[in-house]
Design a protein around this ligand. Structure first.
Ligand code: SF4
Ligand code: SF4
Length: 283
C-alpha cells in the first residue's frame, strides 16, 4: 500500500502526521517513509540517523560547436526554450532543460550528446528497526524537483507499506509525489486559507483518481466549514488533532508525539485503518 500525505497549504502539520504515522506503523511491521518535499526536506529532523547519500543526475545535452551547422532544428524542437540557435553559435540554458532528449534525436549532424548533471541527492537511513527513511534533497538553486522525487520513490519499489510525505501546494512536485499512490491524506487547518487551499488539493487528488481522506490539525473546535466542505465532497474526516500547547512543544523539540504520548498511537493506528478501509471500499 502506498500512502501520500499532502496539504494544499504549507505549515498545516503534514510532516508531523507522516512522522507519527510511520513511527506507529513501524512498531507493527516494515514501513518505508519517503520525504518527497525535496526543496525543504525535514523528516530527518524527527528521525536523526546517519544516512547513506547518493547523488541524483539527469542527462543534459552538450552541443559540439565544431560539428553544429546552426540549422536551428534543435531550438525549434525544444518546447521549454532551453536552446536558442544563432547564426554562429548555440545558446543552451540548463535551468530550462527538462532532459527529454528530443534535441539530440532531431539533430541530423550528430552534434549533440548527453552528459549527466547533478541536481540533488537521496539519503537512506534506518532510524528505527522497522523504519526506512528515504529523503530526497534538491541542490540549492536547481528548479527540477520532479526527477529527485522520482528517484526517491524508485528506491522504495517493492516495499509493502510506503508513506510519501509530499511538498505542500498543488504544483508538479506534488503531482509526482501523489502519482501511483493508493490513497492520499490531506492535512488541513480550520482557517479560511486552510479551506481555500484544501479545495485545490482535493481537486488535484481527484484528477489523479486517488481516494482521499482529511486530517484536521490544530483544531480549535470551530471546524464546521471544513466538515461541511468534506460532507459535500463526500470526504471522510479521518482524524482531528486539537490545538494544544503541549503538542506544539513536543513538535518544536523535534520529538515524535506518539513516542512522548503513546496514547496517540491508537489514534494513528485508527487513521491507518480508515485509510485501508477506504482503499478496500474503492477496489
Ligand atoms: S540541430 Fe544540431 S546542427 Fe542543428 S543547430 Fe542544433 S546542434 Fe546544430
Ligand atoms: S533535452 Fe529536451 S528540454 Fe532539454 S534542451 Fe533538449 S529538447 Fe530542450
Amino acid at each position: 500500500m502506498k500512502l501520500a500525505i499532502a496539504s494544499g497549504k504549507g505549515g498545516t502539520g503534514k510532516t508531523m502526521v507522516a512522522a507519527n504515522l510511520a513511527f506507529t506503523l513501524s512498531r507493527a511491521g516494515q514501513v518505508t517513509l519517503i520525504d518527497c518535499d525535496v526543496e525543504e526536506p525535514n523528516l530527518h529532523l524527527f528521525f536523526p540517523k546517519t544516512a547513506t547519500i547518493t547523488g541524483i543526475t539527469v542527462p543534459v545535452p552538450v552541443i559540439d560547436e565544431n560539428t553544429c551547422q546552426h540549422c536551428g532544428l534543435c531550438g525549434e524542437f525544444c518546447q521549454y526554450g532551453a536552446i536558442t540557435v544563432l547564426s554562429n553559435r548555440v545558446l543552451f540554458f540548463p535551468e530550462l532543460c527538462h532532459s527529454c532528449g528530443g534535441c539530440m534525436l532531431v539533430c541530423l549532424n550528430d552534434a549533440i550528446h548527453e552528459e549527466p548533471k547533478r541536481i540533488g541527492t537521496v539519503a537512506i537511513s534506518t532510524p528505527l528497526p522497522h523504519l526506512k527513511l528515504i529523503s530526497g534533497m534538491l541542490d540549492t538553486g536547481n528548479p527540477h524537483a520532479v526527477p529527485v522525487i522520482r528517484s526517491a520513490k524508485k528506491l522504495a519499489a517493492g516495499n509493502p507499506l510506503v508513506i510519501c510525505d509530499s511538498a505542500p501546494g498543488t504544483s508538479c512536485p506534488v503531482v509526482e509525489a501523489l502519482d501511483g499512490c493508493d490513497i492520499c491524506i490531506l492535512v488541513t487547518e480550520s482557517t479560511p486559507f486552510g479551506l481555500h487551499d484544501l479545495r485545490l488539493a482535493v481537486d488535484v487528488a481527484d484528477r489523479l483518481g486517488i481516494p482521499t481522506g482529511i486530517v484536521i490539525n490544530r483544531s480549535d473546535g470551530k471546524d464546521q466549514e471544513i466538515i461541511d466542505f468534506c460532507r459535500v465532497q463526500d470526504l471522510e474526516v479521518m482524524m482531528t488533532i486539537p490545538f494544544d500547547r503541549e503538542i506544539a512543544a513536543i513538535q518544536s523539540r523535534g520529538n515524535i508525539l506518539c513516542q512522548v504520548q503513546p496514547t496517540w498511537q491508537n489514534e494513528f493506528t485508527g487513521l491507518f485503518m480508515k485509510c485501508r478501509d477506504l482503499c478496500k471500499g474503492i477496489k
